[in-house]
Write a protein that binds this ligand. Structure first.
Ligand SMILES: [Zn+2]
Length: 220
């Protein structure tokens, strides 16, 4: 039922009765209104999609914060001294990573990021990150033996990230800077999760090397 003018409307009421015409009109209005609402909602969702594909919405930020808050404090390693040492090392490593990675990605804004630029910037970041947490470890008195042993066990994970950065920088599958960072953050996530095992393994492997030493007043 379509009404092009008031005459049509009156004719329709005469032919079909007021109730039916009113119902049809109401239905048309509801249909139109419903479609409008739906259209607006779809447009809103589409508008949201773009910022949602933001590197900062990667799961790593939430998951590593959860590990820092719940996994790291629960770690235990033999003596009280070793456990404290182990927790401090991981707490610092996780915090340093979370503090540095976001600002680093935000600051890397190239008009057109070439593979060399992407690789160089990320490789530099890995070096800065490792230097930053190791400096903090030494500053609070983590034993040199523990730093070196951890480095030894953790090196394969660092190599994996560096190799991954090289591949991702040059791979045509990842077209935008954001896509590349999403892939790299996946790698960092595994490397960080592995760090917990690496720390445990390295401190266990230290055996006699730190036995008898005192960390924060507790025997190792
Ligand atoms: Zn770049």
């Amino acid at each position: 039922m379509e009404f092009k003018s008031l005459v049509d409307l009156i004719t329709a009421i005469e032919n079909h009765g007021f109730g039916i015409v009113l119902s049809a009109g109401l239905l048309s209005f509801l249909f139109y209104f419903g479609w409008r609402v739906l259209d607006v909602q779809v447009k809103k969702l589409e508008a949201k999609k773009l910022p949602a594909y933001n590197v900062r919405s990667h799961h790593i930020f939430v998951d590593l914060q959860r590990d820092l808050d719940y996994e790291v404090p629960r770690l235990a390693l033999g003596t009280e001294g070793r456990t404290l040492l182990f927790k401090d090392m991981m707490d610092i490593k996780f915090r340093t990573f979370l503090d540095m990675i976001g600002p680093f990605i935000d600051q890397h804004k190239c008009e057109e990021c070439k593979p060399e630029c992407f690789y160089d910037k990320n490789l530099k970041f890995v070096t800065e990150l490792v230097n930053a947490y190791e400096k903090k470890w030494r500053d609070i008195g983590i034993f040199e033996e523990a730093v070196n042993k951890f480095d030894e066990w953790h090196q394969p994970r660092v190599d994996m990230v560096v190799e991954g950065i090289r591949t991702i920088a040059n791979n045509q599958i990842y077209q935008t800077r954001e896509q590349k960072y999403v892939a790299i953050l996946d790698l960092y996530y595994y490397a960080m999760r592995w760090a917990l095992f690496d720390a445990e393994l390295s401190l266990k492997a230290l055996n006699g090397e730190i036995t008898g030493k005192v960390y924060k007043g507790k025997a190792c």
